[in-house]
Ligand binder design. Structure first.
Ligand SMILES: [Zn+2]
Length: 116
């Protein structure tokens, strides 16, 4: 599904910036940092931030704080990550099953094999 259709289906006006944000997230299977959006989208920081906030408000994307940086990903398939506090390597891990709960995101911090 392209970005514009995706936004229309969620009753959000598909402005070029929002379409870009969704399509960047769709094209990547890893969380995208705010800094990466700044390099990929031609708009000022505030505009990008405001549009990310709108998509967060509508629960289309989720945000994780990893190592004092904001990372974004699509909310429709929740993922879990292990993040190494030394080398900052991000690794996808199995999503924990919590009976009765709908898990949206999990970030576990620690030291990876190389750094421990
Ligand atoms: Zn490490």
């Amino acid at each position: 599904m392209d970005g514009a259709t995706f936004l229309n289906e969620h009753s959000i006006a598909p402005t070029p910036i929002r379409v870009s944000i969704i399509e960047i997230l769709q094209a990547n299977d890893k969380p995208i940092s705010y800094d990466e959006f700044l390099t990929k989208i031609k708009a000022n920081k505030t505009t990008i931030y405001r549009n990310l906030d709108i998509l967060l408000d509508k629960n289309l994307i989720i945000k994780n704080e990893i190592d004092h940086k904001s990372f974004y990903e699509l909310a429709d398939h929740a993922k879990a990550y292990f993040v190494c506090e030394t080398c900052h390597k991000l690794e996808e891990i199995e999503l924990p099953k919590l009976p009765g709960k709908s898990v949206k995101s999990v970030v576990i911090k620690g030291l990876c094999e190389k750094c421990s």
